[in-house]
Design a binder for this molecule. Structure first.
Ligand code: SF4
Length: 295
């Protein structure tokens, strides 16, 4: 089996110490939620859009960042940090406003040494990428995280993604033109997808020689469209064993150079529809098992 670097290993090699991401909620929204493309959003997306529960909505960036750094310094003896714009679509604004927001985060503390920006394919263009690439002059690691979820347009339609594979491919080429690290988010266990469908997505990413992948297992969150489908018994989440089996094969299709940013997603137990769902008890176990199999 192949051996892929984890994101932690990659950062340790790059910086010579353990580096932590600090999540930032900059109060963005998403064209798939504000009515530009749709009001509903992707069927699994809740009103927090991946944000953590640590800070109240609209907490100033400086306050969030400093607080997150303080926690990680105290709890984990962390030394260096990556400012991570996580919630919703973090390039969905004018270039001027984006510059103001990114600058606000990276200038807050001298130990911030990298920048990660999570967004969707239809929210980037050349001007925004020029801005983001400009941070490479003084930050060794600058990355874009793009949600693809699946390479299959029929699945993207079913989950109300409101963008297709062509959008992702276009964004991929633009991001590569600016030589930015591209991490792609993939969701395993989407409705109506077989294991073969999911592995086709891995083969597609492999052909692109993708820089990094973040694997998520589809979790049913409260107050989402997916919750209704789940309660109507029209969708069954992957079991723990199914997830391990598919994720292992998925990872091993990816090229050796691909960095595995995450082996499984998680959520706060209070947000998960079925609180007996295995994920929040087993996340670390999954990371350990898949890291071992990935050798
Ligand atoms: S693109 Fe992301 S933020 Fe927008 S609705 Fe889908 S999951 Fe939510």
């Amino acid at each position: 089996m192949q051996k892929h670097q984890s994101f932690n290993e990659y950062l340790r090699n790059l910086y010579g110490c353990k580096v932590f991401k600090v999540s930032i909620d900059a109060n963005f929204t998403c064209p798939n939620r504000d009515g530009t493309k749709s009001f509903g959003g992707c069927i699994f997306c809740d009103e927090r859009g991946s944000s953590t529960r640590v800070h109240k909505k609209k907490t100033p960036i400086k306050e969030q960042t400093l607080e997150n750094i303080k926690i990680r310094k105290t709890r984990y003896k962390a030394k260096k940090f990556i400012a991570y714009f996580q919630s919703f679509s973090n390039t969905y604004d004018s270039v001027e406003n984006l510059k103001f927001l990114y600058d606000s985060a990276i200038r807050v503390h001298p130990d911030i040494v990298g920048l990660s920006i999570s967004t969707r394919s239809d929210c980037i263009d050349e001007e925004k990428l020029k801005l983001i690439a400009s941070y490479r002059k003084f930050l060794p690691f600058v990355s874009i995280e793009l949600g693809l979820q699946s390479m299959h347009d029929r699945t993207l339609k079913l989950i109300n993604r409101q963008e297709g594979l062509d959008d992702f491919i276009k964004a991929y080429h633009l991001i590569k033109k600016y030589n930015l690290h591209l991490c792609t988010h993939i969701m395993l266990g989407l409705p109506n997808e077989t294991k073969e469908d999911m592995l086709q997505t891995a083969k597609f990413l492999s052909k692109l020689n993708i820089d990094g992948v973040k694997l998520h297992n589809l979790i049913v969150l409260k107050n989402t469209e997916l919750e209704k489908i789940y309660l109507d018994k029209k969708f069954k989440p992957l079991s723990y064993d199914e997830y391990i089996d598919i994720a292992k094969d998925f990872i091993n299709i990816l090229p050796n150079s691909c960095i595995i940013h995450k082996m499984a997603g998680s959520a706060h137990p209070e947000d998960i529809v079925d609180s007996n769902y295995w994920i929040y008890k087993k996340k670390q176990e999954i990371e350990n098992i898949l890291s071992k199999k990935n050798q």
